[in-house]
Ligand binder design. Structure first.
Ligand code: FES
Length: 330
């Protein structure tokens, strides 16, 4: 070698011919093994989290199936608990293994970001994007668990029962339906004395309970009616001039405030009193409210007689019975 020939700088080559500062083959292999171990651990943790979510998904589906098949309280409770536990375990493992845990203190710094900070942020953002892409299994399994559990929790809506339809606005009273006492006896006008009151119901087929006993259907209870024979003529509401029979007038017994039975009749004042909040209704004047919180009169029932002299309804009440509800007037 001549003095003029270029020589490699010493700092660029190690004794074995490798570059200075570059890891040797053993160090590189150790680093690769450590990376592989980290990757394997991460993969195991990922599978553990996904397993929690999958257990939750399966339990939620099982919960829905059991409910749909008729329900079994203990099984439903077990599956609901497992679904919630799987979801909880999944999220806990996720936060423990994949979220940063070291305390972070951010020093006050100038508001404007330097070029270096912008670059660092961009790198971090892209790295985060990579991590999210890598964790597709976790995101998807967590989504499946949440969706399955949400769907299973929608099923109990069926337990609210059938839609009420017109059931809130009508009663079994129709033209020609007899009024009957609690013991299912038909009523003649002579059964009610002057100043007397009698509670009656529409005559409908009774239901049978598990012991084979006759029970009153709910629709009949909603149509509880007071027959009253005041000692004075009523002033009929316009259009209801022929709604009384032999001096007997019929009003709903269900208070229009919150539905208590209106049970007290002040014969001398011709007033019906609700014992719950003291709403008072004028019997001679269409059961208008003269005191208390009720917002509207008691509905009136048109009365007539059948061929045998029994009292019958000539139609349904003048308005829906009981307390007001959101679409009463629609
Ligand atoms: S329920 Fe009758 S006054 Fe309240």
């Amino acid at each position: 070698m001549t003095a003029d020939e270029p020589t490699a700088p010493e700092s660029a080559a190690g004794p074995g011919g490798g570059c200075l500062g570059c890891p040797g083959p053993e160090a590189a292999q150790a680093a690769a093994e450590a990376e592989a171990t980290r990757e394997a651990e991460s993969r195991r943790a990922e599978l553990a989290v996904a397993t929690g979510f999958l257990i939750s998904t399966a339990s939620a589906i099982a919960l829905a199936v059991v409910y749909w098949a008729g329900g079994q309280t203990q099984l439903e409770g077990l599956f609901l608990a497992t679904a919630l536990a799987g979801l909880g375990v999944g999220f806990i493992l996720w936060s423990k293994r994949f979220m940063p845990h070291e305390p972070v203190v951010e020093a006050r710094h100038p508001i404007a970001s330097s070029e270096a900070e912008v670059d660092a942020f961009r790198d971090e953002f892209e790295q985060g994007e990579n991590i999210l892409t890598r964790r597709k299994l976790l995101v998807r399994s967590a989504g499946a668990a949440v969706v399955a559990l949400g769907a299973a929790l929608l099923f109990p809506i069926r337990s609210l029962g059938p839609r009420p339809g017109k059931g809130l606005k009508t009663t079994p009273y129709r033209s020609g339906v007899h009024v009957v006492t609690a013991t299912n006896d038909r009523v003649r006008p002579s059964d009610i004395n002057l100043n007397g009151v009698l509670t009656v119901f529409p005559e409908v087929p009774l239901n049978t309970d598990a012991e084979g006993e006759d029970v009153q259907p709910a629709a009949q209870a909603d149509a509880a009616t007071l027959l009253i024979r005041p000692n004075q003529d009523v002033t009929p509401v316009e259009g209801r001039e022929d709604w009384t029979q032999d001096g007997i007038i019929a009003y709903s017994k269900i208070c229009t405030h919150v539905g208590c039975p209106v049970g007290l009749y002040e014969a001398q004042e011709h007033l019906l009193l609700c014992p719950c909040h003291q709403s008072t209704f004028d019997v001679l004047d269409g059961a208008e409210v003269i005191f208390g919180p009720a917002g509207r009169p008691l509905p009136q029932l048109p009365l007539g007689l059948d061929d045998e002299g029994y009292l019958i309804a000539l139609g349904d009440f003048s308005s829906p019975t009981g307390p007001g509800f959101w679409d009463r007037d629609r």
